[in-house]
Design a protein around this ligand. Structure first.
Ligand SMILES: [Zn+2]
Ligand SMILES: [Zn+2]
Ligand SMILES: [Zn+2]
Length: 274
């Protein structure tokens, strides 16, 4: 399975183009892995998680053929995760030679926003299938099995994270999550995780069970709970992503912090084959 990290920043991007804080200034100066666009991952070129405002730029930057994408999983509707209007560019008349529909999966609010943006356009109904998800109800997505799990994020909507089973590998896509709710921990009992992508938005905050977004301490605690619960395999990889400039940490700082735990720090354009 190929996991391609298209973006690894929190909502404002890293650096935030409007911000003059020290971290943003340093990120601008050092460039490279310190330049982060908004979070999305593409799996095996055909399954995409989230549609941030940077999808267009990410596709150009990394040479992604977006016409290959068949399934789009939406975690929630914050502006860094869903920019539905962008998908108009995939419609007949705007895009040519794309015959297969795009399946869009998400909570009620995500699908409502997609409907507003797309289904009112001519031909939209044939080109986009909206599939409403319910927490803990597994669905088939291409040749993957996907189970939406609950996050502890924005309480005004049902924010979802995903457990993907494909090619005998289990991948947890965990942002934006906060410390997982009890129901999610309960569901994870007895599972094995080959690869987990975790929310580390806020940097260090001293809270092992950080709500809304996870912190360095929360991610390390997730690793502990996974270990104690026997969820880890020998080769299991944990990767952190969704960084805010407000965390005050540059890429190299994050790498240094997580090195003793064997946790990897994602960056834009990172490709992992598992
Ligand atoms: Zn976010
Ligand atoms: Zn800043
Ligand atoms: Zn969010």
């Amino acid at each position: 399975m190929k996991l391609h990290f298209l973006g690894t920043a929190a909502a404002e991007g890293f650096p935030n183009v409007y911000c003059k804080c020290d971290t943003c200034e340093k990120a601008r100066q050092s460039g490279g892995r310190n330049i982060r666009t908004r979070c999305s991952v593409i799996i095996d070129d055909v399954l995409k998680v989230d549609q941030p405002p940077d999808s267009f730029t990410q596709a150009l930057r990394d040479g992604i053929d977006m016409s290959l994408v068949r399934d789009l999983l939406i975690t929630h509707t914050h502006y860094d995760h869903l920019n539905a209007g962008e998908l108009i560019s995939r419609m007949k008349g705007y895009a040519h030679g794309v015959e297969h529909p795009l399946n869009i999966y998400g909570n009620d609010l995500a699908l409502f926003q997609c409907r507003q943006a797309l289904l009112e356009e001519h031909e939209g109904e044939k080109q986009f299938y909206m599939r409403r998800l319910q927490p803990f109800k597994q669905i088939k997505v291409g040749d993957a099995k996907v189970t939406p799990l609950l996050a502890d994020h924005d309480q005004r909507e049902t924010c979802l994270i995903y457990f993907l089973e494909k090619d005998n590998m289990n991948v947890l896509y965990g942002n934006d999550s906060g410390w997982f709710p009890d129901e999610t921990w309960e569901w994870l009992k007895g599972k094995k995780v080959d690869f987990a992508i975790l929310d580390c938005t806020v940097g260090k905050n001293g809270n092992k069970h950080s709500g809304n977004h996870m912190s360095v301490e929360s991610v390390i605690e997730v690793q502990n709970v996974f270990r104690e619960g026997n969820l880890l395999k020998d080769h299991t990889k944990l990767v952190v992503t969704h960084f805010s400039h407000n965390c005050g940490l540059l890429h190299e700082d994050l790498v240094e912090i997580f090195k003793p735990y064997g946790i990897e720090v994602a960056y834009d354009g990172m490709v992992v084959n598992i």
